[in-house]
Write a protein that binds this ligand. Structure first.
Ligand code: 5GP
Ligand code: SF4
Ligand code: MG
Length: 465
């Protein structure tokens, strides 16, 4: 998901809509904005893209105020229903509060069961609603104390932006798995505007300046007196999601100190060093494979060519619901650029193999266009485990790499050779010496099965069986 919040802007909801538009890649299913005008909260939500939901000036006119928060939904839990669309809003003893969540709680079901037993009535089927109930039943007085009380009970990955009557609040989980950044805009007369967003690309679109990443476990409280930082969890070594660099984040964002684009290119460089191959052209699977293919081409000296053309008017294949549509999606989305491929030894570069559906179709298509050899290079390690922290990887049984050896995968996908980036290569591309087995710098659980946050609900389910 993508989250955005702004404090003290004359056009808060329009800024939020722009920010969400820049974060569209983080979720295309639904979007919502809640604004506060100094006395009342206003909200509008809809299924679909930001431009479709907020493109109408009459809709924007219903969201007055100088403060707003917004959310783009990418479903990992809960169905596509309007009542699951965030920001979630509720009236409490202390007044209204809107909460937008990126990530996934690993003990939401366990907490929900206990809350329902206590009489809480859930309105949605998203894991994020437990925040609302935990805040509602907290015995602390202030919004911030109640929020921290709630945070201490949840497990999982979360970057939150929340808007109360008094403050805009940003939170990152203790390991900082999902991103959240702070920005500001100077106003010629008066106090600055403050922005919280999933990625820096959302600052660029509104003309805000990057201040810093919100730190793992940090609660940032923005109000009339400025920005306050709380550390209710002390300080922890970060375990930022490595897949944000590989695929999820936008290439023009800078996360956790590293420009995403540069990281992707360097992964391609490492990949070429590790798994170089004699070939005539390097062809990215667009768009996700492009920067790594450029790095691969640079390091190998083999020309980079656009041998596959992407139709931009189709959503990300992966996010479409059924296997059948996913299959069709690849054909709707990619076509072969025959003159580049015919008679050539082709290296295809993509970011990941999940089910293998994309790769199989693409390889088929490239061979159909006359390629003499097809070699596949992947800028992530094999995806062997599901993500429980906010990325929608399918269950293990559907992951190609969970069930097959490298040779079997190459055979199934139909390539002459197949290679994935090594862990050390990946970490080197991110400026480390390699993967420190005892204390890895990043979450890489979908590639290693080393889950840095306990999977409480999964363990409960296993115990119930
Ligand atoms: P597959 O067809 O192997 O299941 O999917 C792999 C393709 O899905 C890659 O090209 C990757 O760019 C794309 N993809 C889109 N969204 C996601 C996501 O959330 N996770 C992963 N792992 N891949 C995704
Ligand atoms: Fe990111 Fe994978 Fe960890 Fe999920 S499991 S947070 S996708 S690295
Ligand atoms: Mg892709």
């Amino acid at each position: 998901c993508g989250v955005f919040g702004i404090w003290n802007s004359s056009d808060a909801s329009a800024m939020t809509a722009l920010g969400l538009h820049a974060l569209q890649h983080r979720g295309q299913e639904a979007t919502g904005i809640v604004s506060f005008d100094g006395s009342r909260f206003h909200d509008h939500k809809g299924l679909g893209l930001v431009g479709d939901v907020f493109g109408d000036a009459r809709v924007m006119a219903t969201l007055p105020g100088t403060r707003a928060v917004g959310h783009n939904r990418y479903a990992t839990t809960g169905a596509t229903l309007l009542r699951n669309v965030q920001p979630l809003y509720a009236d409490f003893e202390f007044g209204g509060l809107a909460v937008a969540h990126n990530g996934n709680l690993t003990n939401a079901e366990t907490l929900k069961r206990a809350l329902v037993r206590r009489g809480c009535i859930f309105q949605s089927t998203t894991d994020s609603e437990v925040f609302i109930h935990l805040i509602a039943i907290s015995l602390y007085a202030t919004v911030v104390d109640r929020l921290i009380d709630a945070l201490k009970q949840v497990r999982g990955a979360y970057s939150l932006v929340a808007l109360s009557r008094e403050a805009l609040i940003g939170v990152r989980d203790p390991l900082g798995v999902r991103p959240l950044i702070l920005g500001r805009m100077d106003n010629p007369d008066g106090a600055p505007s403050w922005v919280l967003a999933s990625e820096t690309c959302a600052l660029d679109i509104v003309g805000a300046e990057f201040v810093r990443d919100v730190e793992p476990g940090e609660v940032v409280v923005i109000d009339g007196s400025g920005v306050r930082s709380l550390k209710p969890f002390g300080t922890n070594p970060s375990r930022f999601c490595v897949f944000e660099y590989i695929y999820f984040a936008r290439p023009d964002s800078v996360l956790d100190g590293h420009p995403v684009y540069g990281a992707r290119k360097r992964i391609g460089v490492e990949l070429a060093r590790e798994s170089g191959v004699d070939a005539d052209v390097i062809v990215p699977v667009p768009d996700s494979g492009v920067p790594s293919a450029m790095g691969f081409s640079e390091a190998s000296g083999i020309p980079f060519e656009l041998g596959i053309i992407r139709n931009h008017y189709v959503g990300r294949t992966f996010i479409e619901p059924t296997d059948q549509i996913r299959n069709l999606g690849v054909r709707l989305k990619h076509s072969a650029n025959r003159p580049v491929l015919e008679g050539k030894r082709v290296v295809l570069v993509d970011d990941s193999i999940v089910r293998g559906t994309t790769s199989r179709k693409i390889v088929d298509m490239v061979r159909g266009a006359g390629a003499k050899e097809v070699h596949m290079r992947i800028s992530s390690p094999p995806t062997t485990h599901p993500c429980f922290y906010g990325i929608d990887t399918p269950e293990r049984s559907k992951l190609l790499a969970a069930r097959h050896s490298l040779a079997e995968m190459a055979e199934l996908i139909g390539v002459d050779s197949l290679a994935f980036i090594s862990f050390d290569g990946l970490y080197r591309a991110l400026g480390r010496e390699g993967r420190d087995e005892a204390a890895p710098k990043y979450c890489d659980a979908c590639f290693t099965g080393d889950y840095p946050i306990p999977l409480v609900d999964q363990e409960e389910i296993a115990a119930d069986r």
